[in-house]
Design a protein around this ligand. Sequence first.
Ligand code: SIN
Length: 275
Amino acid sequence: MKIRPLTGALGAEILDADLTDPDQFDAIRQAFIDHSVITIRAQSLTPDDHLRFARRWGDINVNRFFAALDTHPEIAIVLKEPDQTGAIGEVWHTDHAYDQEPAMGSILYGIEIPEVGGDTVFCSMAAAYDALSDRFKSLLDGLHAWHSSRHVFGASQSKSDASRTGRVGNADNATQDALHPVVIKHPLSGRPGLFVNPQFTTQIDGLTQPESDAILNMLYDHCQKPEFQCRVRWKTGDVTMWDNRATWHKAINDYHGHRRYMNRITVQGGPLESA
Ligand code: SIN
């Protein structure tokens, strides 16, 4: 197995690995801890193989809103057909931030990939935190922020392209609100990192909305610096796993007129601690 870092901030691609081989799991787990995003190239997985690999990490956190495989309700479908305009996950986010115990990781398997486009971009929340001034870090110390599913998956979104095309549904289940530290101690590495994101974070607790917006928007601008990023260029058969407690991600919607079809499993995390 070869592990090649993608950038100085985060991400690695793994070549010559086989996710169905349990003997390779420890090396893959270590690469995940070291790089936060790993792309394991050229796999050939059945849905059962995908699930078996995911269960080695922990329990499955079944997504409430995405369409799922009929045969495997734990496997969410991430799909854009040639005639559809909106892609799933176009806004920077971390999966399931609105849960009391956000998902530790997501495992996305590329089944049909456009010739060009449809990359996924990731940001390191630890690198972004490290680059803040000490004064600003002290300002964030002890703050908590609210995260919600309501404004993204709730009734107000039922006219979105993804809802109309049946890829996202169950608006009545969008009832989650969760309070998490703004700066967390990463459960695996112990490294401090930001845990707020543009899609699901609604307000810093105890601040007025304008005060909260000023801080969050400053952080969002800061986190999007290319220095903190890596970009995964997919090929059919690739599997990318990312750590939702250490990263943001965003699907690049630049392949209109082409089909992109992926299967995603989300692995359960635990409560988040302040750094
Ligand atoms: C997601 O946000 O989980 C999907 C990412 C992607 O399709 O690249």
